[in-house]
Design a protein. Structure first.
Length: 454
């Protein structure tokens, strides 16, 4: 069977190619098909006289220079074996895709599928072409599939984008409507306040006129120098004075409506402290049972970890580990949440740590007290806040105000806001307390005592 094979052309280069056998003569005239060697005239004659290559097919390059596209037959005879140099290949191994000589067959390929070189090469070529065609069809099919997926993704993207734009428009309209409602409500409140102010001013003006008249009457009665006339005038003045109620003006307050979104039942006897990690994970301190529990919150509460720890107050640090106080120890402990290991972080001996809070600036705010009862204060009592760095070094403490009066009774819980103000829940007894707010230098900003019982 003939195959169209393109003969290897002579390379045209500035440096002439040398004979690949003698490596000296540059007049290349021949090429051995079996050996794939370029030779000069002299080496060609020697090559043909060698016993192992006397049957090789020699091509005269000059006769092929102008016929590079000429069809040639596939060489199947007198091909030297790569393993046994003195032998020629006689079969084609279809298992190994390899031309083999008789020695190769005896040693390695005896049980392999062997064919004549001509037929074997035809089979190998057909199998390879079939596989290449099959793989090309598969690639084309996959390419079309990818194009379809790309079109589907583009369509899905366009639809999602349109929905987002529609939703954006709806949200903007709803916000605009709500803002207009708030503005209208604000204007209404302003008009009502202005109306009330004018009414009050008118009433105050009338009362001032009455008071001036009564003051004038009292002055005239004093000029009579008669006690009975003066007493009578004073009695009349007191009986006819307008009743004034010294109510303080109240600022209009924003009303915050608190609604229960969802509630959960737990098996804990008490929830003394709740520390949220995200919207689905939290730590709960159960002081009575000496337990610190990590929970997951979804449709219900699921406890994922329990750690034995007597934690009165807890606070999260940047590494997601927890600082905790236990109120019966002078140490602040560090809980490594991954391992459950608890070790001392800092000591405030001889004082007892109570509340603890880690700020966004990585400062530790700690409330402390002396050993003893919680609410009774004496001259020797120590109730204060101490600010530490994360290295445990003390930075500041707050115990008294500028009038040398105590700031706290039992500073139970601590937090901070965006202004770096310190907010403290200060218990005065087991059922009474207040909120004390200090600025960042320890001055009182305001105190909330709670709603009056009256």
């Amino acid at each position: 069977m003939a195959y169209a094979l393109r003969p290897q052309s002579v390379r045209k280069a500035q440096v002439q190619k040398k004979c690949e056998l003698c490596e000296t003569d540059t007049k290349i005239q021949y090429r051995c098909v079996q050996c794939q060697k370029y030779m000069c005239e002299k080496c060609n004659k020697i090559h043909l006289n060698v016993q192992t290559s006397d049957k090789h097919e020699i091509i005269n390059l000059r006769s092929y220079q102008d016929a590079q596209d000429t069809q040639t037959f596939m060489v199947t005879q007198n091909i030297p074996c790569d393993t046994h140099k003195k032998k020629v290949c006689v079969k084609c191994c279809l298992d190994c895709f390899e031309l083999v000589c008789e020695d190769c067959i005896d040693k390695t390929h005896r049980e392999h599928q062997l064919e004549e070189i001509n037929e074997g090469c035809d089979d190998v070529i057909m199998m390879t072409q079939a596989r290449l065609s099959k793989d090309l069809r598969f690639c084309e099919s996959e390419s079309k599939q990818l194009q379809r997926l790309s079109q589907m993704c583009s369509l899905s993207y366009d639809n999602a984008k349109k929905k987002i734009e529609v939703r954006e428009k709806e949200i903007n309209e709803a916000i605009k409507k709500y803002v207009n409602h708030l503005r209208a409500q604000l204007e209404t409140n302003k008009c009502n306040v202005e109306k009330q102010r004018k009414t009050s001013e008118k009433k105050i003006k009338e009362i001032k006129e009455i008071l001036r008249d009564k003051k004038s009457e009292l002055k005239k009665s004093k000029e009579n120098n008669r006690a009975d006339k003066i007493i009578t005038t004073i009695r009349d003045i007191n009986n006819n004075l307008p009743c004034l109620d010294p109510n303080q003006l109240k600022k209009d307050q924003f009303k915050i409506d608190l609604k229960v979104v969802k509630s959960y039942n737990t098996e804990f006897k008490s929830v003394d402290r709740l520390l949220t990690l995200d919207h689905k994970t939290a730590w709960i301190s159960n002081f009575q049972e000496n337990t610190l529990s990590k929970i997951n919150i979804d449709d219900n509460i699921r406890t994922v970890k329990n750690i034995s720890a007597r934690a009165f107050d807890i606070s999260l640090i940047a590494s997601k580990d927890i600082l905790l106080t236990s109120i019966d120890s002078t140490d602040v402990n560090l809980l490594t949440t991954d391992t459950g290991e608890i070790k001392s972080s800092l000591s405030v001996s001889p004082l007892i740590p109570i509340g603890i809070h880690v700020t966004k600036c990585n400062e530790i705010i700690l409330s402390v007290k002396e050993v003893g009862v919680s609410f009774k204060l004496t001259d020797k009592s120590c109730r204060k806040l101490i600010i530490f760095g994360m290295d445990g070094k003390k930075k500041q403490s707050y115990e008294y105000n500028k009038h040398k009066r105590r700031l706290f009774t039992f500073p139970e819980r601590i937090t901070s806001n965006e202004n770096n103000d310190i907010l403290v829940i200060d218990s005065k007894s087991s059922h009474e307390g207040r909120v004390v707010v200090l600025d960042k230098v320890g001055h009182i900003k305001w105190i909330y005592q709670g709603k009056s019982s009256n």
